[in-house]
Design a protein around this ligand. Structure first.
Ligand SMILES: *[C@@H]1O[C@H](CO)[C@@H](O)[C@H](O)[C@H]1NC(C)=O
Ligand SMILES: *[C@@H]1O[C@H](CO)[C@@H](O)[C@H](O)[C@H]1NC(C)=O
Ligand SMILES: *[C@@H]1O[C@H](CO)[C@@H](O)[C@H](O)[C@H]1NC(C)=O
Ligand SMILES: *[C@@H]1O[C@H](CO)[C@@H](O)[C@H](O)[C@H]1NC(C)=O
Length: 290
């Protein structure tokens, strides 16, 4: 028995040493994401900051200004993940936006907006899709966790077939390309990724009833681990590197999770807001039978 373990211990050791080397390699390639390489802080006069050697980005809002950043690259289709920790405690009146957008009056946009709330009351995740300058496609959700306690991954998959919003890999919304049914889909205007924090106490929390409590300022949202898989399809990089997710769609498992979110966490859906569309619901609502 003694010689048995003598023979096998070194193999175990070498296995662990290899595992540690591989881990360190993966960590050095992917773990130390650097915000300086992909983003510019664009406004806020010092209220947006990149810290920890580029690994952490924070945006703050106080009684005189919010702040924001944008990507250096433009994407024509992308799969983007960002870890975000939203304004802690009483964040009522604040909005943190995280969105893709092209420019100009007929721009396209894929939006997340996180509407703050009083301590202990739920954040609202507001989503929208604009095509050719026209939005009016809001869906809102509460979450199955408190997004101010920790970092969670907020993702956008945007390819020629579909747009999928996911949180911690749980799809919360899909906007399919229904071009053949006359529904416009964003597919020819490159977009940049933006995020910002601002004061929206005129409307954000219970329709503006609850005002921002400036004694809690500054309000801070934090970001880390940005991942645009294979650099997205950043314009100018060609499209050879983006193919793995270019044809990705929700699989049946994803469809089930989406149903679970709709049933338990959706609090507003434009597709069921009949009073808002007296001329009839937008065509994508009928196609998706929502
Ligand atoms: C803004 O906040 C600062 C720091 O808390 C405070 O000194 C100042 O009076 C505030 N200004 C306004 C207009 O509320
Ligand atoms: C804030 O909390 C209230 C009470 O739970 C909830 O009705 C509301 O949807 C929450 N979100 C916002 C943005 O007001
Ligand atoms: C980035 O995203 C790609 C595709 O979703 C995934 O394969 C890869 O593991 C991600 N990288 C990190 C560091 O999470
Ligand atoms: C990549 O570009 C080529 C030529 O522009 C085009 O034919 C092909 O469909 C593109 N592939 C994808 C996945 O977009």
């Amino acid at each position: 028995m003694a010689s048995f373990s003598y023979l096998y211990v070194p193999k175990y050791l070498s296995f662990f040493i290899h595992a540690i080397i591989i881990y360190i390699f993966i960590f050095s390639v992917y773990g130390n994401y650097n915000f300086n390489q992909d983003f510019d802080i664009t406004w806020g006069d010092g209220r947006g900051k990149i810290a920890d050697n580029g690994e952490l980005l924070t945006l703050t809002l106080d009684n005189s200004s919010g702040s924001g950043f944008q990507s250096k690259k433009e994407y024509l289709f992308c799969k983007i993940d960002m870890k975000i920790k939203l304004v802690p405690r009483n964040s009522a009146g604040t909005v943190t936006a995280f969105f893709l957008s092209s420019e100009g009056p007929t721009h396209d946009e894929i939006d997340y907006e996180f509407l703050g709330n009083l301590s202990g009351e739920p954040y609202t995740v507001h989503t929208n899709v604009y095509t050719q300058g026209k939005g009016d496609r809001e869906q809102q959700f509460h979450l199955w966790f408190d997004p101010r306690d920790d970092f969670h991954t907020y993702s956008i998959l945007w390819n020629p077939q579909t747009i999928v919003f996911s949180i911690d890999e749980v799809p919360i919304r899909e906007f399919k390309n229904l071009g053949q049914h006359g529904v416009q889909f964003p597919n020819n205007q490159p977009m940049k990724l933006y995020s910002s924090i601002w004061d929206a106490d005129q409307w954000a929390t219970r329709g503006g009833l609850i005002k921002t409590d400036w004694s809690q300022a500054p309000f801070t949202s934090s970001y880390k681990n940005f991942n645009a898989s294979n650099d997205g399809c950043a314009v100018g990089l060609g499209n050879t590197s983006c193919e793995s997710w270019m044809s990705q769609k929700l699989d049946p498992f994803g469809e089930e999770k989406l149903k679970w979110v709709k049933k338990n966490y959706m609090i507003y859906n434009y597709c069921t807001d009949i009073n808002r569309f007296p001329q009839g619901l937008p065509p994508e609502c009928n196609e998706e039978q929502q």
